[in-house]
Design a protein around this ligand. Structure first.
Ligand SMILES: Cc1ncc(COP(=O)(O)O)c(C=O)c1O
Length: 412
């Protein structure tokens, strides 16, 4: 008699994280069969030869003997002071008692939504989004409402459109700036208008700023907390991207806003943080040196830097492409090209991603994995060497040409 499978939680039914989903499992199979795969699907700097700045490594090595006990549930005080000081330098009224350190921003996104949401509460999430925001909203009983950030608008949201989506159940407005996957960097006036929407409708602002210093061609980052002022706002940052230390698993959040309005939220976060005791202590010692030391990512994103050249390689290739169109990314570690629907009608991003993996041994992420209805986009990371990216884009073009030829044959 067959063994019945163990039932799993129904909460997971609508929860997806395709960046590490079935496509990625197929890539592992191909690798196991001896086919090397070019992994353009994950923004993981350490996989592409980037090294964590030496002063962060040294800080951890020196502090290792001090890392053997649990620390405060919110994180090491010196690390929280450094986070609060960074926000104060930007003009926000941050304080270490309202900072929480987590095992990556990932853990803190889940923790914050758990602290905020009751079943059926709504959260405004950008589309496309970093899909953990949608997944964690659903996991915590919430309903994501996706507000569009289409390429025709340079992937920027429209505050009036967002306001029209607000209902009595809407609790929070998620902003990802600089944006993953689109690379959009939001102008100050737009952020101020989003704060106004939140203020008028008593929404909590949840601002994911994990790419705050990953900027190209003079783009300027505007932190949200100083604009939000007394409006409740949680700002998220971490070591994974700007400090190239994904594996350290260090992220933080800072709660700002009128003391009376955020009091219970901070208490709820504290309770949830206590339930997991504390985050990894060892890596927290890197936070202060990261925030007070030199900005090493700047050297990579400026002209002459590797990320600058990588972005240029992708922008050039898309400009030359017969099939692709793109709003060039102003920040973050990705490009989000779209296939021109007039050149390839009926294009299906998921089928394309699978074909590209099988034919060209390249893995990227279909655009629909980022919670958009359109099926003509894909995301790739800018982390490989520029020459590797140029070659990858040539292979992508070859696959698109193959699809075009097959379509023409079907018509003939
Ligand atoms: C927008 C955004 N937020 C949060 C995260 C999670 O980062 P971590 O958990 O490594 O801090 C990522 C990772 O790619 C991201 O792109």
């Amino acid at each position: 008699m067959p063994h019945p499978t163990v039932a799993t939680s129904r909460r997971l039914e609508d929860v997806r994280y395709d960046i590490r989903g079935p496509l990625s499992r197929r890539a592992h199979e191909l690798e196991a069969a001896g086919k090397p795969i070019l992994r353009l699907n994950i923004g993981n700097p350490g996989l592409f030869g980037f090294r964590v700045p030496q002063h962060l490594r040294d800080a951890i090595a020196t502090a290792l003997p001090k890392s053997e006990a649990y620390c405060h549930q919110q994180g090491l005080l010196e690390a929280r002071e450094a986070v609060a000081a960074q926000h104060r330098r930007n003009g926000a009224e941050a304080r270490p008692e309202h900072v929480f350190i987590g095992n990556g921003v990932s853990e803190l996104i889940d923790l914050s939504l758990r602290a905020l949401l009751d079943a059926g509460d709504e959260v405004l999430v950008p589309a496309p989004d970093y899909p953990l925001w949608t997944a964690a909203t659903r996991l915590n009983g919430g309903v994501p409402l996706h507000y569009p950030c289409p390429p025709e608008r340079a992937h920027l949201p429209d505050p009036a459109e967002i306001e029209a989506m607000v209902t009595p159940r809407t609790r929070a407005l998620v902003i990802i700036n600089p944006n993953n996957p689109t690379g959009a960097v939001y102008p100050r006036e737009l952020l101020a208008a989003l704060v106004d929407v939140a203020r008028r409708h008593r929404l909590v602002l949840l601002c994911d700023e994990i790419y705050d210093s990953v900027l190209y061609d003079g783009a300027a980052f505007t932190p949200l907390a100083p604009l939000a002022g007394e409006t409740p706002c949680i700002s998220y940052g971490g070591l994974s991207k700007v400090h190239l230390a994904c594996g350290y698993r260090v992220g933080w959040l800072s709660v700002t806003g009128h003391e009376h309005r955020v009091h219970d939220l901070v208490r709820a976060l504290d309770l949830l943080a206590s339930l997991r005791l504390c985050s990894n202590v060892t890596a927290q010692w890197a936070i202060r040196p990261a925030l007070e030391g030199p900005n090493e990512i700047g050297a990579l994103t400026r002209p002459g830097g590797r990320l600058h050249a990588a972005r240029a390689a992708v922008v050039d290739a898309v400009e030359r492409s017969e099939f692709l169109r793109m709003v060039a990314p102003d920040g973050a570690l990705y490009a989000f090209p779209g296939v021109d629907p007039e050149r390839l009608p009926g294009f299906d991003d998921a089928a394309f991603a699978l074909d590209l993996l099988e034919h060209e041994q390249i893995i990227l992420v279909p655009g629909s994995s980022f919670n958009i209805a359109a099926r003509n986009h894909f995301r790739l990371t800018l982390l490989p060497e520029p020459a590797v990216l140029a070659d990858a884009l040539a292979r992508i073009e070859r696959e698109l040409a193959r699809i075009a030829r097959n379509a023409a044959r079907r018509v003939a």
